[in-house]
Design a binder for this molecule. Sequence first.
Ligand SMILES: [Zn+2]
Length: 84
Amino acid sequence: MNSPNSTPPAAENVTVCSAKGCRADAVWVLAWNNPKLHTPDRRKTWLACEEHREHLSQFLGVRGFLKDVVTLAEWERRSSAADG
Ligand SMILES: [Zn+2]
């Protein structure tokens, strides 16, 4: 399977695009869920630069996995809001 998510990030705060071979800074977060593998409330995330947002969105969209596309800033804002 040619999954862009197959290589885990080397460090925790890496915000590099999840597209294979792309080293660009991510701008977008794609939240997705594979109902065959994940419980409905589970969210996997891919990061995407401007260039790859559409490509990765389509990859997930055609499989019916894509749940949400938000900017990285918005995603982090939501995450920190959930904490407090
Ligand atoms: Zn990219």
